[in-house]
Design a protein. Structure first.
Ligand SMILES: Cc1cc2nc3c(=O)[nH]c(=O)nc-3n(C[C@H](O)[C@H](O)[C@H](O)COP(=O)(O)OP(=O)(O)OC[C@H]3O[C@@H](n4cnc5c(N)ncnc54)[C@H](O)[C@@H]3O)c2cc1C
Length: 459
């Protein structure tokens, strides 16, 4: 496969040429310059242009719109936020934490509404998420999660416990003992969403320049080899690629998530597996896995577990890690033995996401410098980036709103440690969590080390 199609199953099958848009022709003036044409950059452009069509908004993208995580992800448009509700409540108080979570709930509906209004056919299906509990340790975590959510103001309408029968009725995986269900998630085709969004912002007058790498970001300017975009506001929307920008190496750490997709499965297989509402699915293990039933009847399944690369390096060959692909196939086969001993896979890919040192996502604008940013979503950026886009649009236009009062706005995460500490900590954490999953699978008891590590991370 040539060009950009090999980057993910989603990009591979798009019914459109992935020809780059024209690059920046030379120096230019704008009201807002946005660096990065993933969901964050494009949602920001969208809400700015919608609120004020006179604004001159320029988006600069090193490759093509959707090149990054936005064109490669698991397609969970969820209300998940990298900081848990209890942790948010500890930091910001119960009311503000709940406001944040409610804003995330609303965001799922907002993405669906805008996609429909803009004619973005992204295989949207709001079937919620079922998170299975397989084994006693996972069941304990499921119960604790629901209890905590309810203590902090959510109800069964937001997150509820499922017994074994209810969980298996939604997702009939092996060894299901129960689970949790939230309606606040939709399965989407991520690349159709990001590519459709790029067209939607262009229709509203935003200029997108592709194959235009920004080499420096400074107050009033985004600098490229082809010219400088001078703008009073410059937005950094580069998520996992941020460490490649001068002066920003330790802002987020790029962590790789990898995925595989099966061929379209026969109806008899789906009758055994379930996911009739296209619920996104996972289980309560530590090293996250996630899946969706795609609109064309495949299982798209991913997980963390790839190593963090020294010095926050991001390279195309890191997208492919045969060991992790093999582990994903194994995990899929364990979940659904109906797939057979050798789970068929047609596509395998991956990409970097962004993790801040305190695991906290943030969106903000420094009024003194005009530099704005959003990111650090960990693996929850499909929904969160929309909230970021709406929030940045308000901040940039100087509008005070419920969104700009949310606790993540203006939050400054500490920088990551210099190497080799960063490398040691990231990969040690991964080892602890992977070994906890293996131990729990064997002993059915929760791993104390993993619990301690989760507490240390402040989740
Ligand atoms: C495999 C995988 C699965 C995931 N699954 C899910 C999921 O199911 N649900 C969920 O909510 N989240 C998921 N995520 C995370 C989610 O995809 C991201 O949080 C989200 O896409 C981030 O969007 P973004 O626009 O901030 O960043 P990106 O989509 O990464 O976009 C950043 C853009 O900036 C461009 N860029 C970088 N540097 C420069 C530069 N110097 N000059 C110009 N342009 C530049 C890049 O080319 C890229 O297009 C997943 C991520 C991965 C990798």
């Amino acid at each position: 496969m040539t060009g950009y199609r090999h980057l993910s199953y989603w990009l591979s099958g798009l019914d459109e040429p992935l020809t780059p848009r024209p690059g920046l022709p030379g120096d230019t003036d704008a009201d807002v310059a946005i660096v990065g044409a993933g969901y964050t950059g494009l949602w920001t452009a969208y809400y700015l242009a919608r609120a004020d069509p006179t604004l001159r908004v320029v988006v600069l993208e090193r490759e093509i719109a959707g090149y990054g995580a936005s064109g490669r992800n698991g397609g969970w448009c969820s209300a998940l936020f990298p900081t848990s509700l209890p942790a948010l409540a500890r930091r910001h108080g119960r009311d503000r934490a709940l406001a944040m979570q409610r804003a995330m709930h609303d965001t799922v509906g907002e993405v669906g509404r805008v996609a429909a209004a803009e004619g973005i056919d992204c295989d949207w299906r709001a079937g919620g998420t079922v998170t299975l509990a397989r084994g006693e340790a996972q069941l304990q975590r499921a119960r604790a999660e629901v209890a905590q959510a309810h203590v902090h103001g959510l109800t069964d309408d937001d997150l509820r416990l499922l017994d074994a029968g209810e969980a298996a009725a939604r997702c009939n995986a092996e060894g299901v003992r129960g689970g949790t269900y939230t309606p606040h998630c939709a399965a989407v085709h991520p690349a159709k969403l990001v590519r459709g969004l790029a067209r939607a912002v262009e229709r509203r007058g935003v200029r997108i320049h592709e194959r235009t790498a920004v080499t420096a970001l400074r107050p009033g300017a985004a600098v490229t080899a082809a010219g400088v975009v001078r703008a009073p506001v410059v937005v950094r929307a580069t998520e996992g690629y941020t460490p490649g920008l001068p002066g920003r190496r330790r802002v987020v750490a790029p962590v790789y998530s990898l995925m595989v997709a099966t061929p379209p499965l026969p109806e008899e297989t789906w009758a055994r597996i379930g996911l009739a509402q296209r619920e996104t699915f996972s289980d309560h293990r530590h090293v996250i896995v996630y899946g969706q039933r795609t609109a064309d009847g495949r299982l798209a399944f991913g997980g963390r577990g790839a190593p963090y690369h020294y010095a926050s390096r991001v390279r195309p060959d890191f997208d492919r890690e045969p060991r992790v692909f093999a582990a994903l196939r194994r995990a899929l086969g364990e979940l659904f033995p109906v797939l057979g001993p050798d789970v068929p896979v047609t596509h395998a890919w991956g990409g970097p996401l962004g993790v801040a040192r305190d695991w906290a996502a943030s969106a903000g604008l420094d009024r003194r410098t005009g530099l704005a940013w959003a990111g650090g979503y960990v693996g929850d950026g499909v929904g969160t980036s929309n909230l970021a886009g709406r929030t940045l649009a308000d901040l940039i236009r100087g509008v005070e709103s419920d969104l700009t009062a949310l606790p993540w706005v203006g939050h400054r995460s500490p920088r990551w440690e210099p190497e080799p500490l960063r490398w040691l900590a990231m990969n040690a954490g991964l080892k602890i969590m992977s070994s906890a999953d293996r131990t729990e699978h064997r002993t059915h008891r929760p791993s104390r080390r993993a619990e301690a590590f989760t507490r240390y991370l402040g989740h």
